[in-house]
Each structure stands twice: as C-alpha cells, then as structure tokens.
Design a protein around this ligand. Structure first.
Ligand SMILES: Cc1cc2nc3c(=O)[nH]c(=O)nc-3n(C[C@H](O)[C@H](O)[C@H](O)COP(=O)(O)OP(=O)(O)OC[C@H]3O[C@@H](n4cnc5c(N)ncnc54)[C@H](O)[C@@H]3O)c2cc1C
Length: 268
C-alpha cells in the first residue's frame, strides 16, 4: 500500500489506476482514455474488507460490488447499498467492479453513489476525508486528484429509528444503466421526521442530494399532502438530460413517481 502510493506519486499525475477494470478497459478500447501508465491495484488485499465498529461501517475501496451485495452486515445496516449493488451490471461485472472504481469514475448514474449519498458517506483517500456530497463535480469528474487513491468509505450504522428504501429504474432488469435511481433514508421519532436524506442518480450532471425535499420533511409529520408536495419539489431540484435511454421529461416524471413510492414505503 505504502509502496503503491510512492509509485503513484512518482507518476506526477500521469498515472491511471485500474481496479476491476470494468470502466478503464472499455474506455481504453473506445480510445476515450489513453493512459501513459496503468497501475493495477486489484491485488491490494488490505483494501478489500467490510468492517463494523460500534457506530460505523467501513468498506475498503477495493471491495467488489458482489461482496457488497452479499454482505450480511451491509444487508443489515445499509440495505439500500446492498440493493443497489445487487442491481449493478451483471454477475460478471459485479465480481470485478469495485466500490472505489464506481465512485472514482464519477458517472452521473453511478449506482453505489446514490445510497452512499443517502447514508452521508465519507470517502477516505490517502490525503483527506471527503463527504460524498462534495465528491462529484460533473459528468465523470470528481474532486479526486490524479495521484490520489480511495482507501475507504465510511458511514454511520442505521439505528432503530432509521428507515430506508432504494429503487433503480432501467430499461430492463439486468445490465441496465440507471434511467433514474433513488435512495431515501429517514429517521422518524414521535411520528415526526427528524432526519431525511435523498440521493438521486442519472437525473443531473452528477449524483445529487435533493436538499430542498429533505428540508421540507424535517420536523414534519409525513402526510399524503406532504408527500405530494415533495414529489412536486423534487422535479425542480433535478436537471435531467435526454439521451439514448430516456427523455428528460420521462426522467422528471419517473423521479416523482419513484419518490412517491419510496416515501410511502418508509412511512408505512
Ligand atoms: C457491462 C457493464 C455494465 C455496467 N453496469 C453498470 C451499472 O449498472 N451501474 C453502474 O453504476 N456502473 C456500471 N458499470 C460500470 C462499472 O462496472 C462500475 O463503475 C464499476 O464499479 C467500476 O469499478 P472498477 O473497479 O471496475 O473500476 P476501474 O475500471 O478499475 O476504474 C474506474 C475509475 O476509477 C479509478 N479508480 C479505481 N480504483 C480507484 C481507487 N481505489 N482510488 C482512486 N481511483 C480509483 C480508475 O483510475 C478509473 O478512473 C458497468 C460496466 C460494464 C462494463
């Protein structure tokens, strides 16, 4: 690990890391990237783990998406992450793809980013700790420096007041990049919402939080009326585009539909 970081630094930003390679290899084949130096970090086993301490879950950057999907700890404390992992790509891709690779690639549709936004995750690199809502900058752009490496992703364990739900809409059930994906996490106390986090994917130039909707929910009793107001509000918070998968209008409509569905689930 220490040696790897020294080699990366010696490259002075001219180095491209490759973990599972499920983004890097297709990008190289398509000539979208032409790395001068590739460093394969896939065998850094010290970065592949899922651990818990008293209050937090810690995931090593090289943990694969299939390990996330099958982890009992993730299923228990962060079921939205487990569900998102289960729906990423196909079994072959999930066996190679890593959580750090998914985040560092910076796709607006990155499937693990959406639940991690709702979980308020912190991305830990060799240099600093980055709250996930400050990590993404734009399509395939993040704040990560070229000679930096994601070591770990950390978030708080859910408690008995936490409820969460996740949905991914693609054009088919497997091997589909998200048209819209959404994760919601709320803490309900005495019938009122004390905390709300909503992560959204594929509806803006980067994975985003719906801050306006979250604010509407805090300290409120979640009624049918409030849910409708949130579903209206969320359409003002997103900036979807039309592409080969869906029109901007369809994405806008479906964001509202999925939010309504998830809010009903967490309030039931
Ligand atoms: C057929 C197919 C289907 C797919 N379906 C989906 C899908 O449904 N949803 C989805 O979100 N994605 C999907 N993807 C994209 C891809 O599988 C994921 O983004 C995956 O998690 C990338 O992880 P990786 O380890 O393969 O990354 P790599 O390709 O190895 O790397 C991706 C980027 O991350 C950087 N990187 C890797 N590890 C680190 C690290 N530790 N620190 C800093 N930078 C790092 C690399 O330099 C590179 O820029 C699909 C890809 C394919 C080929």
């Amino acid at each position: 690990m220490k040696e790897t970081l020294q080699v990366i630094r010696r490259g002075k930003g001219g180095v491209t890391l490759i973990a599972g390679g499920t983004n890097v290899i297709p990008d190289m084949r398509a000539k979208a990237i032409k790395p001068a130096v590739l460093i394969d970090i896939s065998r850094l086993k010290s970065l592949s783990y899922i651990k818990e301490d008293k209050k937090k879950i810690r995931i090593g950057g090289l943990t694969t998406v299939s390990e996330l999907a099958s982890s009992k700890m993730i299923q228990r404390y962060a079921p939205i992450l487990s569900e998102a992992a289960n729906q990423l790509g196909n079994p072959l891709v999930r066996n190679r793809a890593t959580i750090a690779g998914n985040l560092a690639d910076g796709s607006p549709a990155a499937d693990t980013a959406v639940p991690l936004l709702a979980l308020d995750a912190i991305i830990i690199t060799d240099r600093r700790k980055i709250p996930i809502d400050q990590f993404f900058v734009g399509p395939n752009r993040t704040v990560l420096k070229k000679d930096s490496m994601i070591k770990e992703i950390v978030f708080a364990k859910a408690n008995s007041k936490t409820k969460m739900s996740y949905a991914k809409l693609g054009l088919r059930n497997a091997m589909a990049i998200s048209v819209v994906s959404i994760a919601i996490l709320v803490e309900i106390e005495g019938g009122r919402c004390k905390k709300a986090r909503i992560g959204l994917g594929a509806v803006a130039p980067k994975p985003i939080r719906a801050y306006g909707v979250e604010e509407m929910l805090v300290d409120q009793k979640i009624t049918g009326e409030l849910i409708e107001a949130c579903c209206e509000k969320v359409t003002n918070e997103i900036r979807p585009i039309s592409d080969i998968r869906a029109s901007a209008e369809y994405r806008r409509e479906m964001t509202s539909v999925l939010l309504r569905r998830l809010m009903a689930q967490v309030c039931s």
